[in-house]
Ligand binder design. Structure first.
Ligand code: SF4
Length: 327
């Protein structure tokens, strides 16, 4: 595959073909990394990484059957379900996060979709976090257009809703909703004027062509998600984790690099699975164009490297937190 003209490195496109993305995945690793770095440097300072913190505001008891998720009632993981947190308790967590350098505060609730009464409480949380001067993100499941508008009015900056995997592999992972349901919520969020955070999970037993399909589905959305989280499966005790072979780190790095090349202006977020990675593997992810991480000890219910080890890694790699205005 010949190197493309320079403008292909820099201009966001939504007309990527499956063949083009498959060809990127198949590049020799050094060439793939060179291209990913070229794109990254055209749009971002490669020494800066945006830091988000994720708080589970309502854990477990979710009626959906996502095969990778410890919070599903269908997966016997022993996780104890909790009620929706009080607004003040959430704001106390947000204040502490801000003091440790976090610029975006994400709140996740394990729902198929929010009830309107619960949405009012979440909107109060969003308003409170915004008042602290932080960016806000929530993930609450499927939304109607009216609910998306209500969240926008509360000041919400980002809505996270992952497409999880390729359209073809989707039914092997989730049966209680369709790939199209995900796209419908993404459209409601985009129409409401909220930034989109949307990515997927790799290492769920999918093939490389499914990883091609995942990136193709993301990169051909009418507008690229502003934030693209790429997760490595953890989900201890879930059907996906019990039956899937571990994805080699280099395949994870390739997925990050192809996401970076195909969605040049998006923040590519290194998400779940980091605690399993060596410093060297994480460094490769940053070199492949990842420029956002979650900070703090837990990602919803998944262990995450503690803040101190993240700080030490940033120092070793010469990275610094991205200021809020560039996030
Ligand atoms: S991923 Fe979300 S929707 Fe699926 S089971 Fe977990 S909490 Fe529910």
């Amino acid at each position: 595959m010949n190197a493309p003209a320079r403008d292909l490195y820099t201009t966001p496109r939504s007309d990527w073909t499956v063949a083009e993305i498959a060809a990127l995945f198949a590049l020799p690793f050094p060439e793939l990394m060179f291209r990913a770095q070229s794109v990254h440097r055209a749009h971002f300072d490669p020494s800066q990484v945006q830091i988000s913190q994720l708080l589970s505001i309502k854990t477990g008891g979710c009626p959906e059957d996502c095969g990778y998720c410890t919070q599903s009632v269908h997966n016997k993981t022993g996780l104890k379900a909790t009620r929706l947190m009080e607004v003040e308790a959430v704001l106390a967590e947000a204040r502490a996060a801000k003091e440790s350098g976090v610029s975006r505060f994400c709140m996740g609730a394990a729902w198929r979709s929010p009830k309107d009464k619960d949405l009012d409480t979440v909107c109060a949380m969003v308003e409170g976090v915004k008042a602290l001067g932080m960016e806000t993100c929530v993930t609450l499941g499927m939304l109607t257009a009216g609910q998306a508008t209500r969240l926008k009015e509360s000041g919400l900056d980002y809505y996270n809703h992952n497409i999880d995997t390729s359209p073809e592999y989707y039914r092997h992972v989730i049966t209680t909703r369709t790939f199209q349901d995900r796209l419908d919520t993404l459209e409601a969020v985009r129409t409401a004027g909220i930034n989109v955070c949307c990515g997927g999970i790799v290492g769920m037993g999918e093939s490389q062509s499914d990883r091609v399909g995942l990136i193709h589905a993301l990169a051909t959305l009418p507008v690229h998600p502003e934030s693209v989280p790429i997760n490595a499966l953890v989900g201890t005790g879930t059907p996906a984790a019990e039956t899937s072979p571990k994805l080699p780190h280099l395949d994870f790095v390739r997925t990050i690099a192809v996401a970076r090349i195909t969605m040049p202006k998006s923040m590519v977020r290194l998400s779940a699975g980091r605690e399993d990675m060596s410093d060297e593997a994480q460094a490769l992810c940053f070199m492949a164009g990842a420029n956002s991480i979650f900070y703090g000890p837990r990602l919803l219910t998944t262990p995450n490297p503690v803040a101190d080890s993240d700080r030490a890694l940033f120092t070793k790699l010469g990275l610094s937190p991205m200021p809020l205005t560039e996030g």
